[in-house]
Design a protein around this ligand. Structure first.
Ligand SMILES: [Zn+2]
Ligand SMILES: [Zn+2]
Length: 281
């Protein structure tokens, strides 16, 4: 399985001199399975460059699944600028959760309207199929991949994903908080024994996390505790707050490694092949 990071930031894109090494685009990860299925996790602003790359590298039709953890803006705002959606023969299955009284398709289409954009969702030439999933459900992709979804702890709801492909496990738990003094059960279940866990590290300290405990995000220490408790093989920091500079992300990496040594720092352009060889650490 191959993982490539296209956007690692939360809340809003923040290009600039302080974010140049880690990257300023919002959440988007590309996953390639052993049978060459394309799975995109979240459609933050990072999906724009992924779309360009797919068009350059693919001859013929582009097909894939786009898993939407939730529809806060930093996880869907890149979708209108995902150029493969403008290709007539391309086909994408958008997987996510409906909100209380709104279908997922309606929510996604809601950002493609005048006066925000000059074109509508309905006029996109690609074949877009929306599949709603619920907590605890598992979907099958291609010949040998399953995706288990579970509800995390975030205002308005958010899904975490556990992708199992050919004996390799990749877990994505962004945008989640943990109960005071404990760890979210669904996060632990999704992460159990994963080759790589990508976990929300929006907050750079527990003091900050405690101050904004209703925001639905985690501090690096909680991510490290999940990694230990769920016996993952590697952890990646992810979903950095917009004001966190490259230097601060690197400091956070150092602190996390002191607790859980097999930690990496997600940054734009980073490619990871799973399973990771032992000597990486
Ligand atoms: Zn977010
Ligand atoms: Zn969110």
């Amino acid at each position: 399985m191959r993982i490539r990071f296209w956007g690692v930031r939360g809340t809003i894109p923040v290009p600039g001199p302080d974010t140049i090494r880690v990257g300023g685009n919002t959440s988007c990860i590309e996953v390639r399975t052993s049978d060459d299925q394309l799975i995109i996790i979240d459609a933050g602003s990072g999906i724009r460059r992924l779309g360009q790359m797919l068009q350059q590298e693919t001859t013929g039709r582009i097909t894939g699944n786009i898993l939407i953890s939730h529809t806060h803006w930093d996880h869907i705002q890149g979708l209108p600028f995902f150029s493969p959606a403008l290709g007539r023969n391309n086909r994408f299955v958008l997987v996510g959760q409906k909100r209380v009284d709104k279908r997922l398709e309606e929510i996604l289409a809601g950002q493609f309207i005048e006066p925000y954009l000059p074109f509508s969702y309905k006029t996109l030439p690609a074949d877009l199929i929306v599949k709603e999933v619920n907590n605890g459900e598992t979907i099958i992709i291609g010949e040998n991949t399953s995706v288990q979804v579970a509800e995390l702890e975030h205002p308005g709801g958010c899904l975490g994903f556990r992708i199992e492909n050919d004996g390799v496990v990749f877990a994505y738990c962004s945008d989640t908080s943990h109960p005071d003094g404990g760890l979210n059960e669904n996060v632990l279940r999704l992460a159990e024994g994963a080759d790589l866990l990508v976990h929300d590290t929006h907050f750079t300290s527990m003091a900050e996390r405690n101050k904004f405990s209703d925001w639905g995000h985690s501090a690096w220490l909680e991510a490290a505790q999940v990694a230990i408790e769920a016996r993952v093989k590697a952890l990646s920091l992810f979903h950095y707050a917009p004001d966190v500079t490259d230097d601060e992300v690197e400091e956070m990496l150092g602190r996390t490694r002191a607790v859980y040594p097999r930690t990496m720092m997600a940054r734009e352009g980073l490619t990871v092949h799973l399973p990771l060889p032992q000597e990486v650490w």
